[in-house]
Write a protein that binds this ligand. Structure first.
Ligand code: PLP
Length: 379
């Protein structure tokens, strides 16, 4: 039997404890039992992301949460700033255009993330912009900006800060209220180590005022409906019941371990991957000061055919990495160190990568990436 190890940045590896929860018979959602679950999930998410404001649950993937943010915050013709340093930043621009608002695109070189200076400049040039849309962990390039500093600047303005945290929730630090994040969008299938199906949108008071003032068309993702339901510890439509129940357990697991400890562990896994990649003559795509702890994009020479390496690792060895997206298609191999991934999964992944690299004719000393990773684990 082949292994079935997911080292992909969404969906990420689901721990056995949560597979067991997911395998239980479904319960009805309009019951005291489920209401208790919802109560705990809302409280747990607030603690996890550091907010005392509203958190809504949607039955959707991560993009549904992003669409909800756009549909509820901007009106046709509104000017907003969308920041692009990878494929998911481009998604913000596409969404804003789909809702007939006007994006001012702040393009940042791939491999790094936006800085507060760049945001200040874009806003100085566009004082009428209503919001800034950015990505906390840009999963296509594996970078993260300094969200605390960016938030601190925007908090003092009328401009809303909307964050795609689909791969960042649980993996990258956030204190939503302290940092001045107005909308925080995420999902169940990355740092929360579950299958896809639950979208999460947290909103500040500033965002709620914008949502109420918006005249935009919305129905399923109408956050005013979610807000009304929340007052009764409810959701406006049938939630993804099984995944919400498992999300409650996932949050408890993360809080029991301590979110800071978990994120420190992810950073350690990340450092092991960086050291491992470098030890076998590969590069890390992201610039050092912007590297995310959720995943790594490993630069692989195109002559070695990274796409084929990913396919062989998945189909022959049962270990699934992700290839590159957009401009990085055929140039990188991405490995997630989020969710239930641990150091032995990282070692399994690196050893599989070594195997297919050797077969492809890459020159390096067998075991070098494993030794480098082990050194980090034992430091
Ligand atoms: C996964 C991901 C998304 C959303 O993707 P879905 O397929 O809709 O879940 C959005 N942004 C980032 C940064 C992601 O990693």
């Amino acid at each position: 039997m082949k292994k079935n190890l997911l080292l992909t940045p969404g969906p990420s590896k689901v721990p056995v404890e949560l597979c067991e929860v997911l395998g239980k018979p479904i319960i009805h959602h309009r019951t005291p039992q489920f209401q208790q679950v919802l109560k705990e999930v809302f409280a747990g998410l607030k603690q996890l992301i550091g907010t005392s404001s509203d958190v809504y649950l949607l039955a959707s993937s991560g993009t549904g949460a992003m669409e909800a943010a756009v549909a509820n915050l901007v009106n046709p013709g509104d000017k907003v700033i969308t920041v692009e340093y990878g494929k998911f930043g481009e998604r913000w621009t596409a969404l804003v255009k789909a809702f007939k608002a006007t994006p001012v695109v702040l393009k940042v070189a791939w491999g790094r993330a936006v800085t507060v200076e760049e945001i200040k400049k874009a806003l100085a040039e566009n004082p009428d912009a209503k919001a800034v849309f950015l990505t906390q962990c840009e999963t296509s390039t594996a970078v993260t900006p300094d969200l605390a500093i960016i938030g601190a600047f925007l908090k003092a303005t009328k401009v809303a800060l909307v964050v795609d945290a689909v791969s960042a929730m649980g993996t990258e630090p956030v204190r939503m209220d302290d940092w001045g994040v107005d909308v925080y969008c995420s999902g169940s299938h990355k740092g929360m180590m579950l299958p896809p199906g639950v979208g999460v949108v947290a909103v500040s008071a500033k965002a709620i005022a914008m949502i109420d003032a918006s005249t935009n068309v919305r129905f399923y993702f109408d956050l005013r409906k979610a807000r009304k339901a929340l007052a009764d510890t409810d959701t406006p439509f049938t939630p993804a019941i099984g995944i919400v129940i498992a999300l409650n357990e996932a949050i408890k697991m993360l809080l029991a371990e301590g979110i800071d400890n978990k994120q420190a562990y992810y950073l350690k896994l990340a450092k092991a991957v960086w050291a491992g990649a470098e030890a076998i003559g590969l590069g890390v795509y992201a610039q050092p000061e912007f590297r995310s702890r959720a995943l790594t994009a490993i630069l692989v020479p195109e002559a070695l055919n990274p796409k084929k390496l990913v396919k062989t690792m998945r189909d022959v060895h049962g270990i699934t990495f992700a290839g590159g997206q957009g401009d990085l298609d055929g140039k990188v191999i991405r490995i997630a160190h989020m969710g239930a991934v641990d150091e032995y999964d990282i070692l399994a992944g690196l050893s599989c990568l070594e195997k297919v690299l050797k077969e492809a004719g890459h020159k390096f000393e067998l075991g070098a990436s494993l030794a480098a990773a082990q050194k980090v684990f034992n430091s």
